[in-house]
Design a protein around this ligand. Sequence first.
Ligand SMILES: O=C(O)CCC(=O)C(=O)O
Length: 295
Amino acid sequence: MDDFFKPSAPWFERPEPLFTAELEKRTADPALCEAAKDYRRTGYLIRDFGFAPDDIDQAAEYTRTLRGKAGRVQDGWMKSAAVKRLATHQPVLDFLETLYERRAFPFQTLNFAYGSEQAAHADTYHFDTTPMRFMCGVWVALEDVQPQAGPLHYYPGSHALPVFTNADLADSGYDEYNAFVLHQLRAAGYEKTTGLLKKGQALVWSANLFHGGEPRSDSNLTRLSQVTHYYFDGCIYHTPIKSDPKTARMIVREPYDIARGKFVASRDENGPVYPRLFRRLRHRVRITARIPIYS
Ligand SMILES: O=C(O)CCC(=O)C(=O)O
């Protein structure tokens, strides 16, 4: 049985006839049912969450300052209050909670001054959960995206592929993973789409949707954007990319909830599950040493 159809996945990714039965329980909320059907079919949703225009502009200005640096920064929410406000925007949290039926929390931001030109990958290679797929990304355009600026790309429907891990590769590594993924996407006939979003629009992608960045045909053009990664309460959070398939040992995480300002323990039905002590302390020190004073 494909991962996508495992009954432990979010309700909208359950196998038939479970999915239809689940939909029927929610007929009082037709908007949710429509969103769930689209999300199940394509693995993404483009929405307008009503971000404050000032927050978009301030986050754009902050992101523009990254041009001279690597052009990309992780956890810019620690430096820019506007980046944090976008990541913790209540309508996004409410929507995700309604869709996944678990509380969503942002645990990482990435800001890009230019198109990332990243090869297609799924977030499940970096961050997954048990039960699986309780993670998503929200990509926000901080300016209108130009086709020459290396837009985000994605493969509609590709989230239904199995979750690929190092166990699928001969030697673990990103190059091999990228080649393997491209082969799988082509073999299954998925077609690539580019996200020419307008300033302020957001694209929600599900954990296993394959996505990346188009080449930049005009290297002077910016593509100011922010991705926030969200987890959902009540899971074991882990890092498949770091796990060794030979031992199958899960690298457990203790993510930091940017909205509530606290670390969230992984948990299963028996209670909390913690990362190894050294990893746990290192992550805690790395975050707490940099918690911003503006908040
Ligand atoms: O914005 C992009 O070009 C890709 C971002 C991405 O792949 C990610 O954040 O996982």
